[in-house]
Ligand binder design. Structure first.
Ligand code: SF4
Length: 378
């Protein structure tokens, strides 16, 4: 199944126009989750409206010609408050879709009315039932689970559709089915699953027994197939890839050029490809930023980000190394910059624990499920 990756020739370099931008309205988070990668989550550094105005000046023309999203990410974006968030959203035109990734603990009726008024799509972070949320604690170390559930209840009271994003730190047998069944009850429309990553200030290991991780994904597919009521992000990617391999169109699946996915930090600095790199510095790579929107328009920064940012060039070399060495390249497209940096210390390596857990074993898990459930005589 994975072998076509070696012969793929599509997707070279990085595009100048993204399909979405990530905005950091504040560095602050009201929680202190054990696996969080954010370095400044205890500090309330807020994005000035001038930064949003500068970003909108580039984004609005893009949104007029193609679907375009702004993803409000943090810190905890709701910790910025409704007034501040509304002021930051105001410069964006009506074509721009707004999304927010939130820990849900601050969601109440007033926030729900805000989401409706601003046509904002909501994704909540929740790791499954109460006992799987032990890493999710307040600044005083208290479990955040009840507050997360209260926030989700408010969304449901207002009939607001929402997505869920779950971090799994122990993909043991039984956990995938438990998570899926939990999300069916939770009422989310879409579920994304992240095996915990070693990145940013989170240095916990993400190395697992390969068979256990493959089994986790296979179990998740089986749970989904029993009741396919939720869009399961990772499984849908895998099935789309499998179908494309079978009908010979796998080469069309990856974008022609990498989406730069610019993250705009609270101070206007722009980090491409990996939001997790924002706020870090390195003696070789500096602060990872490709410029600041208060000095240079976003479209101008992205026009030559690969040339003006040394680590991006190194990352693109790593992507080419993946293309020539990894049979999973056609599915994966070369992985994430932050995982390479935080696991390997540089950007031009290839395999990471993250890509083993979340790309290679994901695809293997889907295939394992297919093998175990093929009809007799097939
Ligand atoms: S990041 Fe990993 S799975 Fe993806 S292409 Fe590179 S080596 Fe393969």
């Amino acid at each position: 199944m994975a072998a076509p990756g070696r012969s793929l020739h599509g997707m070279r370099g990085m595009a100048a126009v993204p399909s979405y931008v990530v905005m950091q309205p504040t560095t602050l988070c009201n929680l202190d989750c054990a696996y969080c990668y954010l370095p400044f989550r205890a500090a309330d550094r807020r994005m000035p409206v001038a930064v949003a105005e500068a970003v909108a000046a580039s984004v609005n023309p893009w949104a007029a010609s193609a679907r375009f999203s702004v993803v409000w990410h943090g810190g905890e974006p709701l910790a910025a408050g409704r007034e501040q968030l509304a002021a930051l959203m105001a410069p964006f035109g009506p074509e721009v879709e707004h999304h927010v990734q939130t820990n849900a603990t601050l969601i109440d009726d007033a926030w729900c009315e805000f989401f409706v008024a601003h046509r904002m799509r909501v994704s909540v972070s929740v790791d499954g039932p109460r006992e799987r949320n032990g890493d999710r604690v307040t600044r005083s170390g208290r479990p955040a689970y009840d507050r997360i559930v209260r926030g989700v209840a408010a969304l449901r009271r207002h009939d607001l559709p929402f997505s869920a994003l779950a971090v799994v730190n122990d993909p043991a047998p039984g956990r995938a089915a438990e998570l899926y069944d939990y999300c069916l009850d939770l009422g989310c429309e879409v579920l994304g699953v992240n095996i915990e990553e070693t990145e940013g200030v989170n240095t916990r290991t993400n190395a697992h027994d390969p068979a256990v991780v493959t089994g986790f994904w296979a179990e998740l597919v089986a749970a989904w197939r029993r009741q396919p009521r939720i869009h399961l992000r990772e499984v849908e990617w895998s099935l789309r890839y499998a179908a494309a391999v079978l009908d010979g169109t796998a080469d069309d699946l990856l974008p022609r050029r990498l989406d730069p996915i610019p993250t705009i930090a609270y101070d206007g600095s722009v980090v491409v490809l990996s939001p997790e790199l924002a706020g870090f510095t390195d003696s070789r790579y500096g602060d990872f930023s490709s410029g600041n929107v208060l000095a240079t328009p976003l479209h101008a920064i992205l026009a030559d980000a690969a040339e003006r940012t040394a680590w991006v060039g190194e990352f693109l070399t790593g992507v080419e190394a993946c293309r020539s060495s990894c049979p999973y390249f056609g599915f994966c497209g070369g992985g994430h910059a932050a995982n390479r940096y935080f696991e390997l210390g540089r950007f031009d390596g290839t395999e990471t624990e993250h890509c083993r857990n979340s790309k290679i074993r994901l695809l293997e898990g889907v295939l394992e499920h297919a093998r175990n459930h093929q009809s007799p005589g097939a």
